[in-house]
Ligand binder design. Structure first.
Ligand code: GTP
Ligand code: MG
Ligand code: ZN
Length: 326
């Protein structure tokens, strides 16, 4: 599966891309939208003789699935991409730089056991002292995750990123609109295949140029997925990702006085003590609490909604049973 745009798909067959649709059975038998095809999926398809159209019958089991909470009011999980090995979390070294947002992306990536790599793009837009300082700040939030500073304009750092692309692996670029994800893919493809657009002058925000998720084969053999910049990357039921992203915070838990300490207000809390002593950054701690609250809240609301839907389903079936021939 190489592209999704609303309800239409594109699949790759050897070297050709074919428009595709899912069978009615696949659509209706799905218990949740997560079972539907998404970018990066391997699928079983039936192809028209002239290769003009394909029908997707099955989605094969996934190695990984990157999820977020759907944007807006609806409380549901939404697939971003499947079978990703490596995710490049892209943030521009100038206007977009925000450590708290990096932590949010990291939660989503680590929840799905995908290997994260941080990318500071537009390195040409800040002077080297600022760049160095920002690289160090990123490294500090997770010392074991690689950070690459690069510029798709001057080409600096591109080789470092290319070294991280292994043939047959699938990677993806995620990050806010306008940070240069598509420009980077064009650079890696060696041609201006995709549309990009200048960021707004007054606030350097992107214009949401990329509108669908798409998979590309890179010259070295790796696959890369471009994603549209997301306005909001909501978390839902992502406690594993939070635990890994904030491992330094959670590792203090055994030293808290109470075994079930929530690290919010308890006396004798080792986490609160570490924040007070400056060992853990106050803003990082606040972000940890915020993401935990958000992810737990949406998970609870979601499971309550599922329960209600199931009860409603049972009710409908009972009614149908009692009025079999209506
Ligand atoms: N100075 C500089 N500008 C860059 C660099 N990379 C991208 N840009 C510019 O930033 C703008 C936005 O780039 P895009 O590649 O469209 O950004 P995107 O992340 O794909 O944005 P969405 O598709 O909206 O999510 C374009 O005007 C690019 O030319 C870079 O390394 N340096
Ligand atoms: Mg783009
Ligand atoms: Zn505690």
């Amino acid at each position: 599966m190489v592209a999704v745009h609303k309800n239409s798909y594109r699949v790759a067959l050897q070297n050709v891309e074919i428009p595709a649709e899912a069978t009615g059975h696949l659509l209706y038998a799905a218990d949740s939208p997560l079972e539907l095809p998404t970018v990066g999926d391997w699928t079983e398809v039936q192809v028209m003789d002239d290769h003009s159209f394909a029908v997707i019958h099955t989605v094969l089991p996934r190695r990984s699935l990157m999820l977020r909470k759907t944007a807006g009011k609806r409380i549901e999980q939404q697939a971003i991409a499947a079978n990703i090995d490596v995710a490049f979390i892209v943030q521009s070294a100038d206007a977009d730089f925000n450590l708290r947002r990096l932590e949010r992306y990291l939660v989503v990536i680590l929840e799905s056991a995908i290997e994260p790599i941080f990318v500071l793009s537009k390195a040409d837009r800040v002077d080297s002292a600022v760049l160095k300082e920002r690289l160090a700040m990123v490294q500090e939030i997770q010392p074991t995750i690689p950070v690459i500073a690069l510029s798709a304009v001057t080409g600096v750092g591109i080789d470092e990123l290319e070294k991280r692309l292994s043939p047959d692996q699938t990677c993806c670029l995620i990050g806010s609109s306008g940070v240069g994800k598509t420009t980077l893919i064009n650079r890696l493809l060696g041609e201006e295949r995709l549309k990009t657009a200048a960021v707004r002058d007054f606030d350097q925000k992107g214009r949401h140029t990329t509108s669908s998720r798409q998979l590309f084969a890179l010259p070295g053999g790796a696959w890369i997925i471009d994603t549209p910049g997301m306005r909001e990357l909501g978390t839902i039921g992502q406690s594993v990702g939070i635990e890994s992203t904030f491992a330094d915070v959670e590792s203090l838990a055994p030293q808290c006085r109470f075994a079930d300490c929530t690290h919010v207000h308890e006396r004798g809390c080792a986490v609160i003590a570490a924040v007070e002593s400056g060992e853990i950054d106050e803003k990082r701690y606040q972000n940890y609490l915020k993401l935990r609250r958000e992810s737990e809240y949406y998970e609870r609301s979601y499971s309550e909604k599922r329960k209600r839907d199931k009860q409603f389903g049972k009710f409908v079936k009972t009614v149908l049973k009692h009025h079999p021939k209506r």
